[in-house]
Design a protein around this ligand. Structure first.
Ligand code: CAA
Length: 240
């Protein structure tokens, strides 16, 4: 039987590329999304991948959504915590609402996504947890105190989960994308984006598929001894 993979935020951007890459590797894939029904419908129509609507910031909604995925497809073997948002503002202008929204979705959302699948992974002695962090969690970013905090937090999550899951056959790793050609990066003002591209030695934005291939590798049997690690894919913009 095909292994089952859940990708949160899996119908758009990097998440959509991840869903497709895992489908191409033979997984039964479920893609969750928060609100964009039209994009989810188009994605399902194009790929045949089933989409599920819930807010990752809500623990009970996540638990119920994951239970539905497992009822439809079977126990989740691979969970990709990808859903994330930005609410950029210089710190002196950042509001508590902007801080809380990003923490709730990007950081608590990882807890809410992984926690419900963790007991089953422990019982079955197999699991792959892959969290999509960011270059900006590694280096910080002007106007992203909230986002950088969550993405740095992701690295703490996987390093801790790796130690807890290792004996149960579960690996937990992070991928840190650099600036990738997605709606999130395209929303950055053009002048700022051009200056960011100027700081990328590769001279270009990354492609979502370049992140998806990292995830497919971490999900594979070949990556069984890679645990608590971070793959950085950023065109040489930053080294840890
Ligand atoms: N470094 C230093 N200074 C910067 C800066 C930077 N990266 N970006 C902007 N500034 C400066 C501006 O030059 C300007 O300075 P002056 O006032 O002296 O002219 C000042 O900061 C901007 O101040 P404003 O009060 O005008 O800022 P604003 O309230 O209009 O906010 C902004 C603008 C939100 C910061 C906007 O510039 C922006 O979106 N910047 C991009 C932030 C960014 O890189 N986000 C990453 C999004 S992609 C992503 O997150 C995906 C991923 O994982 C990589």
């Amino acid at each position: 039987m095909a292994r089952v993979a859940l990708v949160t935020g899996g119908s758009r951007g990097i998440g959509a590329a991840i869903s497709k890459a895992l489908q191409a590797e033979g997984y039964s894939v479920a893609a969750s999304y928060a609100g964009n029904d039209a994009a989810a419908e188009a994605f399902s129509g194009e790929t045949g991948i089933k989409t599920y609507k819930w807010n990752v910031a809500d623990y009970e909604a996540s638990k119920a959504g994951i239970a539905q995925v497992e009822a439809d497809l079977g126990p989740i073997d691979v969970v990709v915590a990808n859903a994330g948002i930005t609410k950029d503002a210089p710190f002196h202008k950042m509001t508590p609402e902007q801080w809380n929204a990003v923490i709730d979705t990007n950081l608590t959302g990882v807890f809410n996504t992984v926690h419900p699948v963790w007991p089953g992974m422990r019982e079955r002695k197999f699991g792959r947890v892959i969290v999509i962090s960011s270059i900006n969690g590694q280096k910080g970013q002007f106007a992203q105190v909230n986002y950088a905090a969550t993405k740095a937090g992701d690295l703490g999550i996987v390093k801790s989960l790796a130690q807890e899951g290792a004996r149960a056959g579960i690996t937990a790793n992070a991928v840190c994308p650099g600036y990738i050609a997605t709606e999130m990066v395209m929303a950055v003002p053009e002048k700022v984006r051009e200056s960011i591209i100027g700081q990328i030695p590769a001279g270009r934005l990354g492609e979502p598929e370049e992140i998806a291939r990292c995830v497919a590798f971490l999900a594979s049997g070949d990556a069984g001894f890679i645990n608590g690690s971070t793959i950085s894919a950023n065109g040489a913009q930053f080294f840890v």
